[in-house]
Design a protein around this ligand. Structure first.
Ligand SMILES: *[C@@H]1O[C@H](CO)[C@@H](O)[C@H](O)[C@H]1NC(C)=O
Ligand SMILES: *[C@@H]1O[C@H](CO)[C@@H](O)[C@H](O)[C@H]1NC(C)=O
Ligand SMILES: *[C@@H]1O[C@H](CO)[C@@H](O)[C@H](O)[C@H]1NC(C)=O
Ligand SMILES: *[C@@H]1O[C@H](CO)[C@@H](O)[C@H](O)[C@H]1NC(C)=O
Length: 403
């Protein structure tokens, strides 16, 4: 189904010259979205819904998009090929090129749900590699999330994704979430087992040397246990296929549930609101810093991990001491880092928890209960002060604080 948008004739007068613009466009209505939505790729990458109120995609007259399915073996339902090119011919609607056969949005589905690949691409920091979770068709490569991951430690230093403004209010929804995938990471360790509450009690008992103490730390009745804390959150993505592709263990870190479901969640929602208010895309980097230490039975701090490599006996899957998110608006050249202390048991926050000067007072969109340790004690930093402490975090020069 295609509807036509005939915008009124606009006369723009500039310096004595009058320029008449007659605009037409093709609207791809959310209601006409095909089953097994394909990837629509324009000149600047993936085409997302532009109408924030109803999720419609608007293609200008004359624009050509590539419609493709991932992986390359996934063919378009109605065309029996992996990808086609389609042009918006204004009132004549969408046409497949070069044959110029008319088509419509609901005919552009894939014969299977599109599915991501996980590809290791390059070194991102000492001993760690950038791993891309991406959608690949025969000719297109659409990265969704990049994580900088340390295989030896089973630890992701940070993730990166783009949060599209203007379309966040109308995500596609699904009532089923996939289970987390290990892919070919973590060696012989099962991250699934490592994150289980019974394993958390066992390993914390062995690290702090006391079962009663471990049961005080890991107390699910108070939401004190380690959740699979998404780095790039499913809620930042529009399509269910993208949301599903966030369910990898390399895209999570152990985060206390009271924080994950507390201030961290409030912060993620505030960032989405920000993208939607500005109508512009934000570049988002999310990671952990240092390792959480809890007091053992002799009152000495010990670092907490969720797993042990059965071959080397080395501890793996460290619990981060701090978690952070860099929010970068490339258009306005601004960025802010939000830092959260990942320890609901910290009775009072000390200077050791604060790695860069708190500037939250200047930031209007930080409205959650940020002094609440149980829900996640929060502070804010400029990117340059944060970069001095966290050497692997991305550096972006010439940015002012995003307030
Ligand atoms: C959508 O994909 C599923 C599997 O991924 C497939 O079983 C189903 O037939 C597809 N639907 C259509 C209309 O092609
Ligand atoms: C790794 O990925 C991040 C996020 O996309 C990027 O900023 C960084 O430049 C990459 N590292 C290298 C060495 O290319
Ligand atoms: C990767 O993990 C190993 C083992 O825990 C550690 O020695 C190394 O410093 C880590 N590298 C980074 C960049 O964190
Ligand atoms: C997303 O994952 C759920 C749960 O596994 C599955 O039911 C659904 O079909 C998936 N959808 C897509 C588009 O990948």
């Amino acid at each position: 189904m295609i509807t036509f948008l005939a915008l009124s004739l606009t006369i723009i007068v500039t310096g004595g010259n009058s320029l008449a613009l007659s605009e037409n466009a093709c609207i791809l209505p959310r209601a006409g979205m095909p089953t097994n939505m394909s990837m629509l790729i324009g000149e600047n990458g993936k085409v997302y819904p532009q109408n924030e109120d109803n999720g419609d995609i608007i293609l200008p007259l004359g624009s050509i998009i590539t419609v493709s399915c991932a992986p390359a073996t996934n063919l378009l339902q109605n065309y029996n090929v992996n990808e086609i090119e389609v042009e918006c011919r204004g009132e004549a609607g969408l046409m497949v090129i070069p044959s110029l056969v008319p088509t419509s949005f609901d005919q552009l589905g894939c014969s299977n749900r599109i599915k991501e690949d996980v590809v290791e691409i390059e070194t991102c920091y000492k001993g760690s590699s950038n791993v891309s979770i991406q959608f690949d068709s025969a000719t297109e490569r659409l990265p969704l999330i990049t994580v900088c991951h340390n295989r030896t430690a089973g630890n992701t230093l940070y993730s990166h994704h783009t949060l599209y403004g203007g379309s966040g209010k109308v995500p596609e929804t699904s009532n089923k979430r996939p289970s987390f995938k290990k892919d070919n990471f973590y060696g012989k360790v099962s991250p699934d087992t490592s994150y289980s509450q019974s394993n958390q009690i066992d390993i914390v008992t062995s690290l702090v040397g006391s079962a009663p103490l471990a049961n005080q730390y890991i107390d699910p009745s108070q939401s004190f246990y380690f959740a699979r804390g998404h780095l790039s959150p499913d809620g930042d993505f529009i399509y269910v296929a993208e949301q599903n592709a966030t369910y990898y263990f390399i895209n999570v870190i152990p985060q206390w549930q009271s924080i994950n479901n507390g201030n961290w969640k409030a912060m993620e929602m505030a960032v989405r609101d920000l993208a939607s208010q500005r109508g512009s895309s934000l570049e988002i980097y999310t990671g952990g810093y240092s390792t959480l230490a809890l007091k053992d039975k002799d009152d000495k701090p010990v670092e907490i991990y969720l797993a042990r490599d059965p071959i080397t006996n080395e501890l793996m899957i460290p619990v981060p001491k701090l978690t952070w998110k860099i929010v970068h608006d490339p258009k306005q050249k601004t960025a802010t880092v939000i830092v959260m202390v990942n320890n609901p048991h910290e009775l009072s926050i000390t200077s050791k928890d604060i790695i860069c000067k708190d500037v939250c007072d200047q930031i209007k969109w930080v409205t959650w209960d940020r002094g609440n340790v149980r829900k996640g004690y929060t502070y804010c930093c400029t990117l340059s002060t944060f970069n001095k402490q966290v050497p692997y975090a991305p550096k972006i020069s010439g940015v002012k604080l995003l307030v």
